[in-house]
Write a protein that binds this ligand. Structure first.
Ligand SMILES: [Zn+2]
Length: 114
């Protein structure tokens, strides 16, 4: 059995005093709210399996900018989550599959490169 990330936990070490709460989870990534006294932020990171411990990895500070991202703005965090989870249409921002750039519904035919 794979050890899942807990929905809520308190940080240790460099993150001592921070409360982590899972807001969203997809098959590719997670969104956590990170709270400490007088401060609130959001962390988005990819679903990574630590095969050594057979668990889902929570990013350390080294992972940020590589496979984890920090936002002060919740909406930006959600956009990032969508970006990783699926692909976002360049025209309208709706969720689309990986192999296309546009959803095909939000642009006129003249703009389509066919
Ligand atoms: Zn679109």
């Amino acid at each position: 059995m794979m050890k899942e990330l807990r929905e809520s936990f308190e940080g240790k070490g460099e993150m001592k005093g921070f409360i982590f709460t899972q807001l969203q989870k997809t098959d590719k990534c997670y969104l956590y709210e990170v709270k400490t006294e007088g401060h609130i932020g959001y962390e988005v990171f990819q679903h990574k399996i630590n095969t050594h411990f057979n668990c889902i990895s929570y990013p350390s500070s080294k992972a940020f900018g590589v496979w984890a991202w920090y936002f002060r703005d919740k909406n930006k965090a959600i956009t990032k989550l969508k970006e990783i989870t699926g692909h976002i249409c360049k025209g309208c921002g709706s969720q689309i599959s990986y192999d296309v750039e546009y959803c095909g519904e939000c642009i006129c035919e003249d703009d389509m490169d066919i």
